[in-house]
Design a protein around this ligand. Structure first.
Ligand code: TXA
Ligand code: MG
Length: 305
């Protein structure tokens, strides 16, 4: 069975593509430096970008952190398993390579039966970034992983299309107040309902402290425009409310959860279409669309990667 094979590979220090409820991950034993090297090599990712470590329980999470504050307990009880990553001070057993030298580690318990079964079968925490080349579009199907990484990954477990479709919400609990580092399926309001008001993110000297904050990230190869189509060229209009005449029309769901679930697959497909541009109707200014707006803004950014 593939699950057994994946567990064997990972215990031997290899990597495997795995489904989660958010996006597919490229997983390896989080405690094995040589295995983590393989993740960075396969992705072409700079070693200044920390990886999220996936656990199967609060108990496993506690073995990796120096502190497990009350906010971690209440957030994990409320949102795990699920699309929430908690940043906490790490223990020495977590290699510096996993955290890109940061004194903190990102932890989450995924809500996908295959991911949880794999962590249990290995008996190990699994470091897993999204299973795409660096700055590329995140994969939401096993085929996306194969298209992006090909034979750089020995096995991709197929758990079907990802139900959430965009990456987890990242919340740091390493400072005096919880801070939102990356918007995701769990909204700021939902977090604040548990923790009280979040603090503001303060940029430190470590520009890579949260690579999710890189301007250009999650990008298709085709030029992406967040707004009306340009007059020239051959492109697609990706809309959730307003159809327009002219370009190829791609209608998205008007519900943000359904939109998120469809977003990357839609962009992956359009990216294969030989288009000059993909123009996307700006999402509504509403907290439930924050994570989608964040990913589209980054995908549209011509900035550095
Ligand atoms: O939904 C997800 O989070 C997916 C699935 C596979 O779990 N993973 C994912 O990983 O999106 P990746 O490597 O593409 O993004 C990792 C994010 C970055 O935005 C980074 O900001 C944050 O996690 N992160 C990880 N460790 C961190 C740390 N120690 N301090 C601050 N941010 C950290
Ligand atoms: Mg990623």
């Amino acid at each position: 069975m593939d699950l057994t094979r994946a567990a064997d590979l990972i215990r031997r220090g290899e990597i495997a593509g795995i489904p989660t409820e958010t996006v597919y991950g490229l997983a390896a034993n989080a405690l094995d430096v040589a295995a983590i090297e393989r993740i960075y090599a396969a992705k072409g990712r700079p070693k200044t970008s920390p990886l999220i470590v996936h656990v199967d329980s609060i108990e496993m999470a506690k073995t990796l952190v120096a502190e497990w504050p009350p906010a971690a307990q209440v957030l994990a009880e409320r949102f795990w398993p699920g699309p929430l990553t908690l940043i906490l001070p790490k223990r020495a057993i977590v290699p510096d390579l996993v955290t890109a030298g940061l004194p903190t580690v990102g932890l989450r318990m995924p809500a996908h039966p295959v991911a949880l079964a794999l962590i249990r079968a290995c008996g190990l925490p699994l470091a897993a970034p999204s299973a795409n080349r660096f700055t590329g579009l995140s994969p939401t199907t096993a085929q996306h992983v194969r298209d992006s990484l090909g034979d750089r990954v020995p096995l991709v477990l197929d758990g079907g299309p990802c139900a959430v479709g965009i990456e987890s919400t990242v919340v740091s609990l390493a400072g005096p107040k919880p801070v939102l580092l990356r918007p995701g399926a769990i909204t700021r309001e939902e977090i604040e309902a548990v923790t009280g008001p979040l603090g503001e993110y303060v940029k430190s000297g470590l520009s890579d402290a949260s690579p999710g904050l890189h301007a250009k990230h999650y990008s298709p190869r085709t030029r992406l425009i967040l707004g009306p189509p340009p007059p020239e060229g051959n492109g697609a209009w990706v809309f959730h409310a307003h159809a327009i005449e002219g370009p190829r029309a791609v209608e998205m769901p008007s519900d943000p959860e359904k939109y998120a679930a469809a977003l990357y697959d839609t962009l992956h497909q359009l990216d294969q279409g030989g288009l000059d541009w993909i123009a996307v109707e700006p999402p509504p200014a509403s907290p439930r669309w924050d994570a989608i707006l964040d990913r589209l803004t980054r995908a549209a950014s011509a900035g550095d990667s």
